[in-house]
Design a protein around this ligand. Structure first.
Ligand SMILES: [Zn+2]
Length: 330
């Protein structure tokens, strides 16, 4: 991938040991983390790093907050998506470099330049800058709760529909498509479908995050299934990867009808069930009407972003969507 838009990526067991050399030349790194990670790894980091480390533990973020940490010269996001998103925001505000140290492979935000910010119980995306380094220690990531890994698999599975819809949107609505970015994301998807080892998942998640940065928008990795998940955020806060995976078979169902999907909606739905990911309305404590409302909202989100939805392409009525949901087995 184009190195101008990709971070340096280190994926290895014990990768954290390289942190001191990565931080060479910096005097005062600020590490954004959470209590659990700090308790578990704080002493190790303090021992590893020679510089004057400052910690920001689960900060209640407000705009301009970086000014509370004078003299800080680089930001590290060490933890799950939340800590990494906050690190992105701090780096943007302070115009500083930042390093991503994910403790779970839960979604492709660990490597993208976009932070997901909650505002008025609604999640929106804030463009930040690309990280200088992504340091993925497989020993650390392997201790993450299984559910976070499943979320990461879910975010990759959603590429079955985001890629197909991107192609459709390119051919029918003139949306920009880059073949090499398409290939990168598709390779990540195929790699995870073939081999569910942690190392492959981490690599794929990082590659898809970088692909979005290189393309300059989330379009390659985010279609109607992501918009539905964003609409669902209004009422629930399940894991991103699980929500987008949940909505993926529905998008695929319509993409298949117009000949754009390589993947079968029923098969991907079974994949979710086999991996004990939420796959039915009951699993997410929803009704058909609530989901329909989310889908309507999702279509507004797609419109607002100037993105062409497969549901719009198929002119899908509520009745079409209801019957698709029943046919797939939601
Ligand atoms: Zn995603």
């Amino acid at each position: 991938m184009n190195s101008a838009c990709s971070s340096d990526v280190i994926i290895a067991e014990g990768a954290i040991k390289q942190l001191n050399s990565i931080l060479e030349g910096y005097q005062r790194p600020l590490i954004v983390s959470d209590v659990m990670i700090f308790d578990k790894y704080g002493p190790t980091i303090e021992e590893l790093v020679d510089a004057d480390v400052v910690w920001s533990i689960s900060p209640n973020y407000t705009k301009g907050m970086i000014s509370r940490y004078p003299g800080v010269d680089i930001i590290l996001g060490f933890g799950g998506g939340k800590s990494i998103d906050l690190a992105k925001l701090f780096a943007k505000e302070g115009n500083l470099e930042w390093i991503s140290i994910p403790t779970a492979a839960s979604h492709d935000g660990i490597s993208s330049d976009v932070a997901s910010v909650m505002h008025n119980s609604y999640r929106y995306s804030q463009k930040c800058k690309q990280s200088k380094v992504i340091l993925a220690d497989l020993d650390i990531i392997s201790t993450a709760p299984r559910i976070l890994t499943l979320s990461g698999i879910g975010d990759i599975i959603s590429k079955t529909s985001s890629l197909a819809e991107w192609r459709l949107a390119n051919e029918h609505a003139g949306e920009n498509l880059d073949e090499s970015i398409y290939e990168t994301v598709n390779n990540s998807l195929e790699a995870v479908l073939e081999d569910n080892s942690l190392e492959i998942l981490v690599r794929s998640i990082i590659d898809t995050g970088n692909a979005m940065t290189c393309f300059g928008s989330s379009r390659p990795c985010s279609g109607t299934e992501h918009a539905i998940s964003h609409a669902m955020d209004r009422r629930m806060q399940s894991l991103h990867g699980l929500q987008v995976a949940f909505a993926t078979p529905l998008s695929l169902y319509f993409l298949e009808q117009v000949g754009y999907s390589k993947y079968n909606a029923h098969k991907i739905h079974s994949f979710l069930k086999d991996h004990e990911m939420p796959a039915t309305l009951q699993d997410l404590d929803m009704t058909e009407s609530i989901l329909l409302d989310d889908i309507h909202h999702a279509l507004e989100i797609m419109d607002k972003r100037g993105r062409y939805s497969v549901l719009k392409h198929c002119n899908a009525s509520d009745e079409d969507i209801r019957s698709a949901l029943r046919d797939i087995g939601y």
